[in-house]
Design a protein around this ligand. Structure first.
Ligand SMILES: [Zn+2]
Length: 289
């Protein structure tokens, strides 16, 4: 049963039934009561990959597992390392544990976001260390644990795991967007951190399938993939992760945060991609079912 107050939700079979698995870390829209933000819940949806969970949901009918976050990305970003702390957001400006800045703090988008995409501060206060620890323990850690366990179980069963980390992007970048403000995004951007998180043949395959559907596809430009494709990937050992960003203009009216007529077509095309990926992976499996 769907419990929106749970940090995450797992869709599809309880046991690994396919070598392909999906996650949507940024489609959550349950706002925890301890958020303490200074901007409205609607403004906080700025960071949301709206409907991405629903776009990929039909893959579960093929036995593909899908992990989705219920917490909003602006509360804590599952696609960051747990030690990617923005010190500017903290009381006293100091973090007592490991600190691994990714550079995302410069655009206000480290583990805990400091600003919205247009630069508006999210908080009118500093956050305490205990509060940050609590968000990590309640939301970030279980999300990463669920994904890590499923990748391990999938790999153990099939000798290969193909993980697609599913996102969406604004049609035009905001003031603090990657690559600068006012940039038109392509239809789809694939990120494999410059060929390090999956077999380049997988990236090429996904690119070809999507280009064949008429989409303009870019690779690692401007989104290379962040923590979720990095953390569990080991292409040489058969553990592949690829980030896939779809442009919101393909399926929604951004200002209204509502699906438009293009949603169904994109959803069908993504399911066709899933079928293609299952075929692609079947040929590379080292263990039979
Ligand atoms: Zn995202």
């Amino acid at each position: 049963m769907h419990d929106p107050t749970a940090p995450l939700q797992q869709h599809g079979p309880a046991e690994a039934a396919q070598p392909l698995l999906l996650d949507s870390p940024h489609s959550g829209r349950h706002f925890p009561s301890d958020f303490g933000a200074a901007v409205s819940a609607d403004a906080l949806r700025d960071g949301e990959d709206c409907f991405v969970d629903e776009l990929w949901q039909p893959a579960c009918e093929r036995g593909v597992w899908l992990l989705t976050a219920n917490f909003p990305r602006t509360y804590i970003d599952a696609n960051r390392h747990a030690a990617d702390i923005d010190l500017e957001l903290l009381e006293g400006g100091r973090w007592p544990g490991e600190h691994r800045p990714s550079g995302k703090a410069a655009i206000g988008k480290a583990l805990l976001w400091r600003t919205l995409d247009d630069g508006t501060p999210i908080y009118a206060r500093k956050l305490g260390v205990a509060e940050v620890h609590e968000r990590i323990a309640r939301c970030h850690a279980p999300y990463h644990r669920a994904l890590a366990e499923r990748i391990a179980a999938t790999h153990a069963r099939f000798g290969i795991s193909v993980h697609i980390d599913c996102h969406s992007m604004n049609a035009v970048s905001g003031a603090q967007g990657e690559g600068g403000a006012g940039r038109q995004r392509a239809d789809i951007v694939l990120g494999d951190r410059d060929g390090t998180t999956c077999d380049p043949a997988l990236t090429a395959f996904v690119r070809e399938v999507l280009a064949g559907m008429g989409y303009e596809v870019r690779v690692n430009d401007p989104f290379k993939g962040v923590e979720l494709v990095r953390a569990f990937a080991d292409p040489a050992a058969g553990r592949h992760s690829l980030q896939l960003e779809v442009n919101k203009r393909l399926y929604m009216d951004e200002p209204a945060r509502a699906r438009h007529g293009g949603f169904d077509r994109l959803q069908r095309n993504l399911l066709a991609l899933v079928d293609g990926l299952l075929e692609f992976t079947r040929a590379r499996r080292t263990r039979p079912m």
